[in-house]
Design a protein around this ligand. Sequence first.
Ligand code: APR
Length: 229
Amino acid sequence: MEKIVILTGAGISAESGLGTFRDAGGLWQRYPLEDVATPEGFVRNPALVHEFYNARRAQAAAARPNPAHLALARLEAARRAEVLIVTQNVDALHEAAGSRNVLHMHGQLARALCHACGWRWEAPAAMSPRDACPGCGEAMTRPDVVWFGEIPHGMERIEAALVGAGLFAAIGTSGQVWPAAGFAQLASAAGAHTVELNLEPSAASADFDEFRQGRASEVVPAWVAELLD
Ligand code: APR
């Protein structure tokens, strides 16, 4: 069975009302990423980090999947190919749309992690620096998301999937953050056809065989319909 690997970024959740990072008015223009998305920032000011992720967790909980998420779930459910979604997003909109084979390489807002002992659990709606870890009791709990300078999750599984893929697509990502920015080159070198679906050309556009410009809620359902016809 053909293997399809789909990388998604903040752009696929933009029409569900969740902010992107580098567009005009994006999150990194409103919050200094070194304060809210690095281990050093967390040690310096855990309350600010929890405030940032509590707001994003509340927003993500209120968001609904859009036609792009739903189309990818249809593609997987059709079982014409083995579909793996590798998402950089920390929201749960792919799962809410019905996708099952989802790998969160940057972690998940809905999960909590203990900075002291590594224990993981379902995050409460709002986290605070005073929360005690259910595992070791230390008050060093953090969102289970991957910060700059930390290792993304599942890299071995992702690289194996890219090498075995017949088709690689990237949706709603600016191609500016590694290692995800290099996935198209990896897939292409292994013989995959590569497609980028994005609102505008990205930093990685030159690595793709095909570019479909537009809003994800429009171009992704059209692309999936073509694959399933
Ligand atoms: N439809 C399709 N693409 C869109 C839409 C939309 N409605 N809106 C925005 N985009 C595109 C933008 O053109 C941009 O190329 O989505 C991309 C969003 O890029 P970023 O904001 O950089 O988000 P992303 O690529 O996911 O960032 C990667 O960087 O900050 C870290 O960990 C964070 O996972 C994130 C990683």
